[in-house]
Write a new protein. Structure first.
Length: 173
């Protein structure tokens, strides 16, 4: 089975330099399968059953888990991204849920001008037009530092001043 590197292909239009478009290092995973998590871990995820394919819904949930700060070192929780095609309507639905509506217009115009099938693009775009943007950072996973910070060694910071001592006094005052 060939694994896909991208969770949704339209992310490359919105964030072309996004680090998570690269494959994960051996032994780590970016995308967590929401089906393998406990109910408590899934409580902050908004599952969208409006996608045409179930895999699109799982990819959306994995994207939410990553951006909300869910961290797991368990390789058994990873979501296997197959190289199957995701419907264009699901791609536009993902854009509308996670990015400003302007981005879906931008991708629609860009894909029409780059010789993609304009009928399919229009149909997919129109099917996603009523999707509301998700408040992604309303509920995030908190990470508690377990060590006492006072026992850690102090760190020295050297600031090149270039004879701007008065300016530094104003900053640190």
């Amino acid at each position: 089975m060939k694994l896909s590197k991208q969770i949704f292909s339209f992310i490359k239009y919105v964030q072309p330099g996004w680090y998570f478009l690269l494959p994960a290092f051996e032994g780590s995973c970016y995308w967590v399968d929401v089906q393998k998590l406990t109910v408590e871990d899934c409580s902050k995820i908004d599952l969208d059953y409006g996608y045409r394919q179930r895999e699109s819904m799982l990819r959306d949930a994995a994207y939410q888990l990553l951006l909300k700060g869910f961290i797991s070192a368990d390789k058994n929780l990873s979501l296997i991204l197959t190289d199957g095609t995701i419907p264009i309507a699901d791609e536009y639905r993902f854009l509308r849920r996670h990015y400003h509506a302007w981005w879906s217009w931008y991708v629609f115009v860009l894909r029409c001008f780059t010789f993609h099938n304009p009928v399919q693009e229009f149909r997919g775009f129109m099917q996603a037009r009523r999707v509301k943007r998700l408040a992604l950072y309303a509920q995030v996973y908190s990470h508690v530092v377990r060590e006492n910070l006072e026992t850690l060694p102090l760190v020295s910071v050297i600031i090149p001043t270039l004879n701007r001592y008065e300016h530094l006094r104003n900053i640190f005052a």
